[in-house]
Write a protein that binds this ligand. Structure first.
Ligand SMILES: [Zn+2]
Length: 345
């Protein structure tokens, strides 16, 4: 059965975004929509063939058009964000939403935002806004994402710009997940090593002992505290990528920036980041790892030591050097590990 009104997918839109628009245009919420279709909440990356067929039928589009809404590179469920209480998954770009509204289209959100470490608009590269707290409001038959009793997303002409290093890692991780080359500028050469190191280092950049701030929060531009600051404690059973599922784009953005700093070649660490890392001279080979150690406490150091054997050498060596340096009373040994990048040979 065809829905009474079914807008076509927008180029670059996520499956969860299109499904949410289908439901809203037909005056049901997403859980009621799933129930009506007789399907489970959508897996945005790999919807089952029967889900795709059902959506194609009720939405009046070809099944291939639905496959286009799922980004192939992220087909690892551990890298997919959790859906929110309303069954939506992802984050919206205020500029895309404003532009869509100006052309008479619905607000929407991009397919890439379904990846746990994708936090920018793929078109405008500004920060994505969490869907949490936003709901579709219909005005003249067009849907806008708005806060309760507030203005629609994009009404204020503001969007947060993200730094280049963070955006570069975001793209490199997506390329790595797709099995593509990750490009230059990283301590590691292969996509496999980039993914492996990222998953391990998440635990350390978020690690917090009493009285300390996680390393990831050095990268928070607003620097305000509070209980919403994501951190991992020694007793937390959830680790790695799992710790980021269902977390705010802000938390995930800070983790991405922290990882980008640890994974970048030192020569790429210039400007503002040297201040974040408290460097007096830049680039410092072990620099980011020294700052990381300052933030993890004794149990965090033990965890880093235990993780060394699982990290690619190009990451384990500067981390080990920073640990050894500290154990030796802070003696600087900058020349010890000069050759520890992965190279094309
Ligand atoms: Zn955008």
């Amino acid at each position: 059965m065809r829905l009474p009104y079914a807008p076509r997918p927008i180029t670059g839109e996520g499956l969860s975004s299109w499904a949410a628009r289908l439901a809203a245009h037909n005056y049901v919420d997403l859980p009621a929509f799933w129930a009506w279709l007789g399907i489970d909440p959508i897996d945005d990356l790999q919807p089952s063939p029967s889900t795709v067929e059902k959506l194609a039928e009720v939405g009046g589009v070809a099944t291939a058009a639905i496959a286009d809404l799922c980004i192939p590179q992220a087909r690892r469920s551990s890298w997919m964000t959790a859906s929110d209480a309303e069954g939506r998954r992802g984050g919206a770009c205020p500029v895309c939403c404003r532009e869509a509204a100006a052309r008479g289209f619905d607000h929407w959100w991009p397919a890439q935002s379904q990846m746990v470490l994708w936090v920018s608009c793929p078109i405008h590269r500004c920060a994505l806004v969490d869907l949490d707290g936003l709901a579709f409001v219909s005005t003249g038959g067009v849907l806008a994402l708005a806060r309760q009793g507030g203005a629609a997303l994009g009404a204020a002409r503001t969007a947060r710009v993200l730094d280049e290093r963070t955006l570069a890692l975001e793209s490199a991780l997506a390329r790595a997940l797709a099995g593509l080359a990750i490009g230059a500028g990283w301590r590691v050469r292969s996509g496999r090593h980039l993914l492996q190191a990222s998953e391990i280092l998440i635990n350390l950049v978020l690690y917090k002992e009493f009285g300390q701030t996680p390393f990831a929060w050095l990268f928070e531009p607003e620097r305000i505290g509070g209980p919403f600051i994501l951190s991992l404690h020694a007793s937390d059973p959830i680790q790695g990528l799992d710790a980021l599922h269902g977390r705010s784009a802000r938390s995930r953005r800070n983790v991405l920036s922290a990882l980008a700093t640890l994974l970048s070649r030192p020569a790429r660490l210039e400007g503002e980041v040297t201040e974040v890392l408290s460097w007096r001279t830049a680039p410092d080979h072990q620099g980011p790892y020294r700052t990381l150690l300052d933030h993890v406490g004794s149990e965090g150091r033990r965890r880093l030591e235990a993780a060394l054997q699982h990290l690619p050498d190009a990451i384990a060596l500067p981390a080990a050097a920073a640990l050894a340096d500290e154990a030796g009373g802070g003696l600087h040994k900058p020349l010890a590990f000069r050759g520890d990048y992965e190279r094309d040979l």
